[in-house]
Write a protein that binds this ligand. Structure first.
Ligand code: GAR
Length: 210
């Protein structure tokens, strides 16, 4: 059984896609053992509660320094000791110590086709604003392992989504979520739970890929 902790900051629709995927058995051999939010008002915590999953808030605002926040975050993670950490719309930088300790065991969903519209400053709606401003015809989403850079880790899955001329950033965000994020995040977890994902030379290999 793959034990996962999901980290969230906002609405939690990606968390919901994981909860639903497990319930509908699209994701097998996986259990969400906890949810961590940096924001106590995140609706994602309500989704966790409704699913009967323990959800807690660990916010940098409640600590005197970043270092103290990092210690508390890592201590809780170590207490839960997950096999995989899933960043599902988590807008806080992961401490280096956690990245070292959980190497190739942290994944993130990003709402573009990396390496476009990613890196520092590209998160949430800003990603879609960037895509529309540049006038790309195709965008999408990426699930990748987390390394010490911002959105630079090995890519696990990507899915393309059409951009329409009349799209607003919010409309594009919604389509990317529905057509790509909520599909490839559960799929990536499912592949990892099945032991199908390996990392070699900073690149992901999916065994028995269909
Ligand atoms: C999602 O679109 C996710 O890809 C994005 O935040 C949103 C969270 O929505 N993440 C990033 O931009 C990370 N760089 P959700 O809370 O409804 O899952």
């Amino acid at each position: 059984m793959l034990k996962i902790v999901v980290c969230v900051s906002g609405g939690g629709t990606n968390l919901q896609a994981i909860i639903d995927g497990i319930r509908e058995k699209k994701i097998e051999n996986t259990e969400i053992i906890g949810v961590i939010s940096n924001n106590k008002n995140a609706y994602a915590l309500e989704r966790a509660k409704q699913a009967g999953v323990e959800g807690i808030c660990i916010s940098p605002k409640d600590y005197e320094s970043r270092e103290e926040f990092h210690q508390a975050f890592l201590a809780k993670m170590d207490e839960w000791n997950p096999d995989l950490i899933v960043l599902a719309g988590f807008l806080v930088t992961i401490p280096e110590k956690m990245i070292e300790k959980y190497e190739n065991r942290i994944i993130n969903i990003h709402p573009s086709l990396i390496p476009s519209f990613c890196g520092v400053g590209y998160y949430g709606l800003k990603v879609h604003e960037g895509a529309l401003k540049r006038g790309v015809r195709i965008t999408g989403a990426t699930v990748h392992f987390v390394d010490k850079g911002t959105d630079t880790g090995p890519i696990i899955l990507q899915k393309a989504v059409e951009v329409r001329p009349e799209d607003t950033p919010k409309e594009l965000q919604q389509r990317v979520m529905e057509e790509a994020e909520w599909v490839i995040l559960p799929e990536a977890i499912s592949l990892i739970a099945a032991g199908e994902v390996t990392v070699e030379d900073n690149r992901v290999r999916i065994l028995h890929q269909k």
